[in-house]
Write a protein that binds this ligand. Structure first.
Ligand code: SF4
Ligand code: SF4
Length: 96
């Protein structure tokens, strides 16, 4: 019997989201800190690629967030405000 291995993209595509467009659950509270953030770990540690570098700054889009909390942990400058989405909103995990 062989096991099927799924890529991270396949796993993420199996999920669904109810996006809270009026209240993003994560925000960069101090974008100026991103300018001096040398390695910008959020841009490569987020599994959903929610952070994209644009020049010295970073643009955050929370629509595909899997609520793992990685960005909050790896940000070396405490620049991120992180909350869970409101009840019933956010990711619905479907992968089994
Ligand atoms: S890790 Fe934090 S400070 Fe650095 S670019 Fe990302 S949000 Fe900004
Ligand atoms: S909580 Fe996880 S998936 Fe969501 S933005 Fe942060 S690192 Fe990305």
């Amino acid at each position: 019997m062989s096991l099927k291995y799924f890529t991270i993209e396949e796993r993420l595509n199996a999920n669904a989201w109810d996006v809270d467009v009026h209240r993003p659950h994560i925000r960069i509270k101090d974008p100026d800190k991103c300018r001096t953030c040398e390695k910008k770990p959020c841009t490569y540690m987020c599994p959903a690629k929610c952070y994209v570098q644009q020049g010295d700054y970073v643009v955050l889009s929370t629509e595909a967030c899997v609520e793992c909390g990685t960005c909050r942990v790896v940000c070396p400058h405490g620049a991120i405000e992180w909350n869970y989405p409101r009840s019933g909103m956010g990711i619905w995990y479907r992968f089994t």
